[in-house]
Design a protein around this ligand. Structure first.
Ligand code: M6R
Length: 366
């Protein structure tokens, strides 16, 4: 049931404050403002040397983003690869290591094969899944559920932000279990996490501002997305959403990688969407934005007003975000403008939003 929404995707985008809130409540103790996982680690978190992550598509990007949190808050190095590559790589895995697989459906063939490879090589498998009865959930040692509810739109939206919410809690829990995160810091970070659903709601309230930007993007035949740190996987995810929904060619790049090649593409016909949350890398991202501006680029900034002021550049579009958007976990909030932009471009172009051509909701064959 789409309710009063035109598309399942719109409904699912708008459900995010609620389902992310619900997912966080499942992994946090809201009263004390600390993490409380609904399962115990039945592996020795202190003895872990690294974590392996594998998934496909949007779930892979959630893992790529989680790497920043696992390294930073749990001091765990992360080896991550798409499942179709990982399953055949013959990767050596650490003794009694931890493997995390991520899947909305829990039925993706390549992700299941990656899980089976890891199990055969002695890993403890933790899966982040949205379907409790799925094959991946059944074959895992530990199941971390995303409480997103059924996701019908082929383009993943609420499952993605719920995967991020679970990963964030997991990174903090591992940090605590490994003795590398103080309780005080844990509480500060949990407070930032708890703020995300409210910030998401704020972004959704201002959705109408995205439409003129979408009309502009709909005219392009190619779009670039740039981000740094956790915004880099988000740039990849934003580009994937746009490709899936509008069939416009789009690529995500790490902002710092621009001058190593992609900057050659810059001209006014290619919109460049810059994801610039107020975090430690904002200044650097702004200077990458200015490099694009200096070459006559077509800039669309997604960021707080302070980023716009700092950029002091000609912008073709600006999607203003709340000034203090969730600190370390800003990605949960910045996922929304990326989803909304792709959605509105697709609607504007008259494409099939919920059932894009050539795509299946769940890829159960290799
Ligand atoms: O069900 P899964 O999370 O395992 O699916 C993985 C990908 O097929 C999926 O995320 C796909 O990339 C989506 N269409 C992205 O919107």
């Amino acid at each position: 049931d789409k309710g009063h929404y035109r598309h399942y995707m719109a409904k699912e985008i708008h459900e995010q404050p609620e389902v992310v809130g619900r997912t966080l409540a499942h992994y946090l103790d809201l009263a004390s403002g600390t993490v409380r996982l609904p399962f115990a680690f039945d592996f020795d978190a202190r003895a872990l040397s690294r974590v392996t992550i594998s998934a496909c598509g949007t779930a892979f990007y959630a893992g790529l983003l989680a790497r920043y949190w696992l390294e930073r808050f749990a001091r765990l190095s992360v080896d991550i690869d798409i499942a179709s590559e990982f399953r055949y790589r013959e990767a050596p895995l650490p003794e009694r290591g931890l493997m995390i697989v991520v899947s909305q459906s829990g039925e993706t063939a390549d992700t299941l094969a990656a899980l089976r490879y890891a199990r055969a090589h002695g890993q403890h498998v933790l899966s982040i899944v949205n379907v409790e009865t799925s094959t991946i959930a059944r074959e895992s040692d530990t199941v971390a559920l995303t409480l997103a509810g059924p996701e019908i739109g082929v383009a993943s939206t609420k499952a993605f932000t719920c995967q991020l919410a679970v990963f964030a809690c997991l990174a903090l829990a591992l940090g605590r279990a490994r003795g590398v995160l103080t309780e005080e810091r844990e509480k500060e970070l949990v407070a930032e996490l708890i703020a995300t659903p409210g910030l998401m709601a704020q972004v959704l309230k201002d959705e109408a501002r995205i439409e003129p930007v979408a009309r502009d993007v709909a005219r392009a035949s190619s779009v670039l997305y740039l981000g740094r740190g956790p915004s880099y996987p988000l740039a990849l995810e934003g580009a994937l959403k746009l490709k899936e929904l509008s069939y416009i060619h789009a690529e995500g790049y790490a902002a710092g990688e621009l001058k190593h090649g992609p900057i050659a593409l810059i001209d006014f016909s290619i919109p460049v969407v810059v994801l610039a949350p107020h975090d430690a890398s904002l200044e650097k991202t702004v200077s990458n934005l200015q490099e694009v501006a200096a070459r006559g680029g077509h800039l669309i900034l997604v960021g707080p007003n302070s980023a716009k002021v700092a950029a002091a550049a000609d912008l073709a579009g600006f999607i203003e975000m709340p000034e203090t958007a969730a600190g370390a976990f800003a990605a949960l909030v910045y996922a929304l403008p990326a989803q909304l932009l792709a959605y509105h471009v697709s609607v504007f172009m008259g494409k099939d939003v919920d059932q894009p051509r050539n795509l299946a909701k769940s890829v159960t064959v290799e």
